[in-house]
Design a protein. Structure first.
Length: 622
């Protein structure tokens, strides 16, 4: 069957429990019949009697999942439907200081088509703030007909076989998913680092004014109603069917209502219902990238229903108040819903853009906000009034080694070597003269025991007026500006005190402003309300490192001291965290002194100076 041929849709073959990742579209041409294997998510949008074009590749006698192309006749174009949308992109991360390349991501963005894609989505969905359910997925055993909810693939309680993915509890039949797959990943990196969920526009939207007054059906006052309708609204069909057949099985009525809503849905809009980034990749600008690719998908394939051209995309997103990634992607804030959640739109055509601008220019409330929702609340700190000076600073460590605490049998062994008692004295810093300028990022490097921690201790001791000898110089002096406000993280000695509180509570307790607290957490890459609720011991190692950084920033200090930075992170995660800290330090005007043996992390900080510490001296490497 070579070449392109026109066929007529005669039906669909979709099993309810695996429609997300398997189904068949049934076609006919004269006396010939053809069944195209695909996902039920795609097949369900076709109506009997529609005309389609099919091309089977090569010499294949019949279509398989990946050897044919399907196009839909929409009346204005021949719309590509299968294979599903796929795009490969390369994201480069460059130095904000020099513009040099730091590292690169290669991503494959494609529509979810495999069961394993949805299993990965379930895993990432656990970290999305808008998820109302605690158990996020429904799983099914085709052998026993049992269904259950869980976040990890369960075993059937009857036959003990692994159950199959059925659906996401919070999704609709109309939902389509775009996943971001990491190419050229390391063995310890996740395969998927994010996804976007696209739905049809909401069926009803009212506006809550600042006065509390409700403006009903607000979209129809800005955009033509036919742009939004008919949208996917199974609840309306279910109510009508329930009135007509009050004694019918409710589950069967709901399934019928969903099918009617799918066949009816035909809008000029789409809604971004989810943008989820893997927790370890937050703060990398991936949210913006996912939105841009999702919009391209919506436009090129007319997602989700693949019928009329798309004119605008809407989103209802509380996080948009605290993170500008939607606005960076061209979305404009128009109003709040009746429940107080912000609504943003992106125009896909000039006409839609004109309507948005007309509303922003004429509406009394919109004239004030001008389509801008995110307003940064995190301000730069007061810079150090002058440099930090070490003047002829000396630090000596003295230890006495004796046999007093050893058992008798070991004492006799050491006495045989002539070792009874020894006093060890060592110059850690010798006559050090050093100046650190306001706003400078200084990295301390050197062998273990070289004196990096000692230098940080002396800085902390000078600003905190410690009486412990470890924090005081044995000679010389440290001079700090009068306006110095310091915070330190010296593992095992001086650590942030979360006191068992959630991450958000701990940060809020320092800043006293929920907007600033959330902005700080977003800035360090903990941009999810699920993680806001976690305590420190509930976070992964990488998330814990980001939470500690958030705490340090929330103190409002202008001098930040960190020892053993990124010591327990893998190479790539250490690079991402270090890049974020360097960017934030410069943005906020911090003076930052960091020690670490992780050269790859220190390089991402792009320090103004790197100091090699060892044998009592300090040498500037850069």
């Amino acid at each position: 069957m070579l070449g392109m041929h026109r066929w007529t849709v005669i039906g669909k073959d979709i099993q309810h429990w695996r429609y997300r990742w398997y189904g068949r579209l049934l076609l006919a041409r004269g006396s010939e019949a053809l069944a195209l294997p695909m996902t039920g998510t795609v097949a369900q949008w076709f109506r009997p009697g529609e005309e389609v074009e099919v091309e089977i590749e090569g010499e294949a006698e019949r279509p398989e999942f990946d050897n044919y192309r399907l196009f839909r006749e929409t009346g204005d174009v021949l719309l590509p439907v299968w294979p599903v949308y796929e795009q490969t992109i390369e994201l480069t991360r460059r130095s904000p200081v020099t513009g040099t390349l730091l590292y690169t991501y290669r991503l494959r963005l494609r529509e979810a088509t495999h069961e394993s894609d949805y299993v990965a989505i379930v895993d990432m969905e656990q970290y999305h703030y808008a998820t109302e359910e605690s158990l996020l997925a429904t799983w099914y055993c085709p052998q026993d007909g049992l269904a259950t909810r869980a976040n990890l693939r369960p075993r059937c309680p009857r036959c003990r076989q692994p159950m199959r993915f059925w659906d996401l509890v919070d999704a609709t039949r109309a939902s389509r998913f775009l996943v971001a797959e990491l190419i050229d990943r390391q063995p310890y990196e996740p395969k998927f680092i994010g996804y976007v969920r696209i739905d049809p526009p909401l069926p009803i939207m009212h506006r809550r004014l600042p006065s509390g007054e409700l403006q009903r059906h607000i979209r129809g006052q800005v955009f033509p109603p036919e742009w939004i309708a008919p949208t996917y609204w199974p609840e309306r069909h279910f109510r009508e069917l329930s009135r007509e057949r009050p004694d019918a099985d409710r589950a069967a009525l709901w399934a019928e209502a969903e099918e009617l809503a799918l066949q009816e849905c035909d809008t000029c809009g789409a809604r971004i219902a989810r943008v989820v980034v893997h927790p370890d990749y937050r703060g990398e600008g991936l949210g913006y990238t996912l939105i841009e690719c999702a919009v391209q998908w919506v436009v090129s394939r007319r997602i989700p229903e693949m019928r009329r051209p798309k004119l605008l995309v809407e989103t209802v997103a509380m996080m948009a108040r605290y993170n500008p990634f939607f606005e960076r992607a061209g979305f404009r804030y128009l109003w709040d819903t009746a429940s107080g959640r912000p609504v943003l739109f992106r125009a896909l055509t000039a006409e839609a853009g004109v309507r948005i601008e007309q509303f922003l220019a004429s509406d009394p409330v919109a004239r004030w906000h001008r389509g801008m929702l995110y307003r940064p609340a995190l301000e730069p700190v007061e810079a150090l009034a002058g440099p930090i000076r070490f003047e002829h600073v000396t630090k000596v460590y003295r230890d006495e080694l004796s046999l007093r605490r050893l058992p008798d049998e070991l004492r006799s062994v050491l006495r045989a070597f002539g070792v009874e008692r020894r006093v060890i004295e060592k110059h850690v810093l010798r006559n050090l003269n050093l100046e650190i300028a306001p706003g400078e990022i200084v990295v301390l490097t050197g062998a273990s025991g070289a004196g990096k921690t000692t230098l940080l201790r002396l800085l902390w001791g000078a600003v905190s007026e410690q009486s412990d000898r470890r924090y005081l110089p044995d000679g010389g002096r440290l001079l700090l500006p009068a306006n110095t406000r310091a915070v330190a993280f010296l593992p095992g000695e001086i650590e942030p005190d979360f006191a068992g509180r959630s991450v958000l509570e701990a940060v809020y307790s320092l800043v006293g402003d929920e907007v600033v607290a959330i902005e700080i957490l977003n800035a360090v890459g903990l941009s999810d309300a699920v993680l806001f609720r976690a305590t420190l011991d509930q976070l992964s190692t990488g998330q814990r490192e980001r939470a500690l950084l958030a705490y340090l920033l929330a103190t409002g200090s202008n001098l930040v001291l960190i020892d053993e930075f990124c010591a327990h992170l893998d190479t790539l995660l250490a690079q991402r965290v270090a890049r974020k800290l360097g960017t934030l330090a410069r943005r906020l005007g911090l003076t930052l002194v960091v020690s670490s043996h992780r050269q790859e992390a220190l390089a991402m900080l792009e320090p103004d100076r790197t100091l090699l510490v060892g044998y009592g001296g300090v040498v500037s490497l850069t």
